[in-house]
Design a protein around this ligand. Structure first.
Ligand SMILES: [Zn+2]
Ligand SMILES: [Zn+2]
Length: 391
């Protein structure tokens, strides 16, 4: 958390100052821990192969509701569908036990708005634990800021579903019990829910830590086949941060993206429409490989260095970089600064000033390098993506 990053407001809580809102709230986390322990009880009951099939099916279908519904539709509006289909998608999402679509999508929109900055909901720069589960178990993000999700909060049926997001999980749990007894409940429902949670959380933690970066986005997002395998194609997270409005996240044919294939199938039977694919003209721009300045990693390394040398940086930041006596000392070696060099005498009095200037120029440099060879500029994060990429 440096003073050099922009300080947006909007998620600040009254107790943000003492940090208590960031601590794990163990009492309200009891159900979360309980669900993790529940599958262990399966050691004491009969478990059939059908229970494992149920577990796999519930993982895959509920993951699709999260990735295609909560993420690509409610958070990013990367395709369209009718009101009934929208409700079914939202209800399917609630069965994944990740709260309602408005809570989920509003926090995800904040993640995109402030990625890896101070107001990011779950940046791994605040630690792996925080980005994976810490932010969910804290009290800071319990509420939903409807101003970030006005477009969907205007539907009364979605607001109703939001208030009763427990119904979906209970119905699935009861169905599992009726189908497979205790084995069906403990393995089919509880185990698949735990796996589903951590699969989803991987996108917030690992997809900003492991994998390669194709595009010079201003954050630490990565592309990871491993994460994509567990998350129905959400592992192409660097692609996603580059073009968040695209319903397709695996841009290349080999970038496995089952959520995209599922959406294509739903489009074929007219359940969804207007799927936004990544514009072909943007696929080869802003690539790190082509020398685009990687402001995201630059900032990340800079912050890490500042953290490691914490105390020394603090000492240095209080010390003037260019002592004023130097300019008037006739015996001193020629200064790089001064009126004769066309530069101000004390351009940077403190290290913190230097840091903010370096980051500012890096931002400018990043803007410049993001222009195409032909001069067209890459649109900002919320840009639309309408062209169709070559298959
Ligand atoms: Zn992200
Ligand atoms: Zn997203």
């Amino acid at each position: 958390m440096t003073a050099t990053t922009p300080v947006p407001t909007g998620t600040s809580q009254p107790d943000a100052v003492d940090g208590s809102a960031d601590r794990t709230d163990w009492v309200s986390s009891i159900p979360f821990i309980g669900v993790h322990l529940a599958p262990l009880a399966a050691l004491f009951v009969v478990v059939t192969w059908q229970d494992w099939v149920l577990c796999a099916l519930l993982y895959l279908t509920r993951m699709f509701f999260i990735t295609a519904g909560y993420h690509r539709y409610f958070s990013h509006r990367s395709y369209r569908m009718g009101r009934v289909a929208q409700f079914v998608m939202a209800f399917g999402g609630t069965t994944a036990v990740q709260k309602g679509p408005l809570w989920w999508a509003s926090h995800h929109r904040l993640h995109h708005r402030y990625t890896d900055l101070d107001d990011d909901v779950h940046s791994p720069r605040d630690g792996f634990w925080w980005s994976h589960v810490g932010w969910i178990l804290s009290t800071r993000y319990k509420a939903t800021d409807l101003s970030t999700i006005k477009d969907f909060a205007s539907y009364p049926e979605l607001r109703l579903l939001e208030r009763h997001s427990w119904i979906g999980p209970w119905l699935v749990a009861i169905a599992c019990f009726l189908l497979g007894g205790w084995g069906g409940l403990l393995i089919g429902f509880f185990l698949s829910t735990v796996l589903l949670w951590h699969g989803t959380f991987l996108v917030n933690s690992m997809a900003h830590l492991i994998g390669r970066r194709r595009y010079a986005t201003p954050d630490t997002s990565r592309n990871s086949m491993l994460v994509a395998l567990f998350t129905g194609g959400e592992g192409w997270h660097n692609n996603h941060h580059y073009l968040p409005a695209s319903a397709r996240q695996g841009f290349r044919w080999w970038e496995l993206d089952p959520t995209w294939y599922g959406l294509k199938a739903l489009a074929a039977v007219h359940v969804v429409r207007d799927l936004k694919a990544p514009p072909a003209r943007l696929l080869d721009q802003a690539r790190v490989r082509d020398g685009a300045f990687d402001i995201g990693m630059f900032r990340s390394y800079w912050e890490r260095a500042a953290k490691v040398t914490g105390e020394r940086i603090a000492d240095l930041s209080a010390r003037p970089l260019a002592p004023s006596s130097e300019a008037s000392d006739p015996g001193a070696p020629p200064s790089a600064f001064g009126p004769d060099k066309g530069l101000p005498v004390e351009p940077l009095s403190h290290l913190s000033g230097l840091i903010s200037r370096v980051l500012e120029s890096a931002d400018q440099l990043a803007d410049t390098t993001r222009r195409t060879r032909k001069g067209a500029k890459v649109p900002k994060a919320e840009s639309g993506a309408t062209d169709t990429a070559p298959e």
